[in-house]
Design a protein around this ligand. Sequence first.
Ligand SMILES: C[S@@+](CC[C@H](N)C(=O)[O-])C[C@H]1O[C@@H](n2cnc3c(N)ncnc32)[C@H](O)[C@@H]1O
Length: 254
Amino acid sequence: MSTTNSQAQIELHRALAPRYAYRYSFEFSRLFQQDWHAEMISHVPGDATRILDLGCGTGFFLAELEEGHPGSVGLDISHEMLKVSDQYVPGAKLVTGDAEKLPFRPGVFDVVFCKGSLHHTRDHVAFLTHCKNALHDRGLLIMSEPCNDNPFIRLARKLLYIKSPHFDVGDQGFTRKGIISLCEQAGFQVQLVKRYGVFAYVFAGFPDHLGVLRFIPGNALLTRFFIRLDRLICKVPGLAMLGFHVVIVGKPKA
Ligand SMILES: C[S@@+](CC[C@H](N)C(=O)[O-])C[C@H]1O[C@@H](n2cnc3c(N)ncnc32)[C@H](O)[C@@H]1O
């Protein structure tokens, strides 16, 4: 990653850290995020013990990971984000660092998670290659990134990233095909690709951006309904492209 982008990301996330705490302060948004995290964690092999969350941010994912897999490590370039992590995952192994200069021995991890960190980098193949190098031969990369297959989602994201001070203009989503190709270029064999999040993503996921659900009675119940509906939509060929994220599981090519 260029020094300029590293600095930009550090500055951006310094301002974002308190927003994340607000984002997770509502029952309905926690319900959605917990479902998303459970989806990602469901792909962890039973015998995995050495797990890295790359770009762990404020640590809400790490906190849930810790419940089933104690001793996981969180790394983030933003010390301000990690300070919030400290609060939610007391005693967690947290490292301030750049994903492109990982301070770990190669091949040491069973699983590397990236939830929404790849699209903040500029050299995606380099970032994914670092993920691969951190894994041993039978390790797994489990990632969730913004998916822009649908032209409306693509346009909405483009406008949001340009207009909102909470994104860097260089941040970008991926197409399903594009992200698979990036993984392959980095030396991964993609094992699973799954779209995730439609209505629950938009209405429940980010009350700091769109807070309408805060004013609706029964918002937790409605979120549960959206989560189920989204899972259904994401299974139907043709409709799945309405998913705002794509979950990818890959293993290093032999
Ligand atoms: C969208 S946030 C996601 C945070 C967390 N994974 C979550 O889902 O709440 C992206 C995170 O990636 C981190 N990040 C961006 N570039 C990074 C890099 N080169 N190395 C490590 N972390 C990075 C940011 O500081 C930020 O915390």
